[in-house]
Design a protein around this ligand. Structure first.
Ligand SMILES: NC(=O)c1ccc[n+]([C@@H]2O[C@H](COP(=O)([O-])OP(=O)(O)OC[C@H]3O[C@@H](n4cnc5c(N)ncnc54)[C@H](OP(=O)(O)O)[C@@H]3O)[C@@H](O)[C@H]2O)c1
Length: 334
């Protein structure tokens, strides 16, 4: 269904992605429209503790009486580190509120009803898929009570992640690796198993193509009982390094408890396999290089799947051609 607010929702979504994908709050954008439908102010959320998108947009205009606020997420009705947006919109004299995706939060939801009860016209679910994509990770993490998990690996065309001697640097192109560094910077943590730390001595920093650090450096988490060697590059990581062992759901619960909402799982195959078997992966980013290695170092091992109908059928969100590789992003249905 086409509505008069579709373009404004799309613009609000463009603004939303200026905010961080990491941290405990979702990306939200807002535009204020005058009676002719012209945008008179724009705002977006810059992360936990900073003004919400609606308040950011309101701060850029002297008089908001009679304006329409178009937001990617239903205005919150919650006092956290900042006040409820529903009250801020009412106080500013906004006469209509349009939102793309409903906020199902137990604490923060219900803003639309508060606005309606106060006599404001509220129009919901305008281009809901646009708003949903912006909050998908955040909603999934909150619903499951664990960080969103993106599993990434680089493999050959025949599904191998290392040669017979364990070497795997580099199977994929420098262009793919640049993209992976960008994705690292969009997560709260990067996790690897002790096997990968011992085999590859990774630094796990998120670097720009010219070698500088991205402003957001995810916290490296090494999973396993073995110690991180004293000479490991991880000891020089700007965030330090966390060593975790035990059951994976409990590790994820602990990370959620310290504010981690997204985890980039970079291997190796044993650890990734366990995450998949336990149903703990939400999204896969697989870089496939035009290379054949053969052998038994496959990207996944036994996933506990006995017959085709038990296979994990994924939805492909995106494919890219990067430096000769094909990069596939696919999502679990849960
Ligand atoms: N192509 C790629 O994308 C890619 C990426 C990463 C690694 N690699 C390659 O993979 C190889 C290393 O792989 P790997 O499989 O030996 O290492 P890994 O998956 O990084 O580490 C395996 C270790 O993780 C720990 N662990 C903790 N909880 C676990 C759980 N629930 N399930 C499984 N493991 C758990 C165990 O260590 P403890 O015994 O210490 O408890 C286990 O031995 C290297 O050749 C490396 O180059 C390739």
């Amino acid at each position: 269904m086409i509505t008069p607010y579709d373009d404004a929702v799309r613009r609000a979504a463009e603004l939303a992605v200026r905010g961080p994908r990491t941290g405990e709050n979702p990306q939200v954008g807002c535009v204020l429209l005058d009676a002719s439908g012209t945008i008179v102010a724009e705002g977006w959320h810059r992360g936990a503790g900073t003004p919400h998108a609606e308040v950011d947009a309101l701060s850029k205009i002297e008089d908001a009486h009679g304006l329409t606020a178009v937001v990617t997420l239903e205005p919150c009705n919650h006092t956290g580190r900042t006040g409820p947006c529903s009250q801020a919109l009412l106080a500013a004299g906004i006469s209509r509120v349009v939102y793309s995706h409903k906020d199902p939060g137990v604490e923060a939801g219900g803003g639309a009803q508060v606005l309606r009860d106060a006599g404001i016209e509220v129009i919901g679910d305008v281009l809901p898929a646009v708003g949903e994509e912006l909050v998908h990770r955040w909603l999934t993490a909150n619903r499951l009570g664990r960080p969103w998990v993106t599993a990434k690996w680089g493999s050959t065309l025949d599904g191998r992640i290392a040669a017979a001697d364990g070497t795997s640097q580099w199977i994929t192109s420098s262009e793919s690796r640049e993209y992976i560094h960008l994705l690292r910077s969009q997560h709260d943590t990067i996790a690897v198993g002790t096997g990968t730390v011992l085999a590859d001595n990774p630094s796990l920093t998120a670097r720009t193509p010219d070698g500088n650090l991205f402003p957001n450096q995810p916290l490296p988490v090494v999973i396993g009982k073995r110690d991180i060697p004293s000479g490991s590059s991880l000891w020089s990581h700007p965030r330090g390094v966390l060593n975790e062992s035990g059951e994976l759901p409990e590790i994820l619960e602990r990370l959620y408890g310290i504010g981690v909402r997204s985890l980039f799982l970079e291997g190796g195959p044993q650890l990734v396999n366990s995450f998949i078997r336990e149903g703990l992966v939400d999204e896969y980013v697989v870089c496939i290089a035009p290379l054949l290695l053969g052998g038994d170092r496959t990207s996944t091992g036994d996933l506990g799947i006995a017959t085709l109908t038990q296979g994990r059928r994924l939805t492909v969100l995106d494919t890219k051609h990067l430096g000769g590789d094909i990069v596939v992003t696919a999502r679990e249905a849960h």
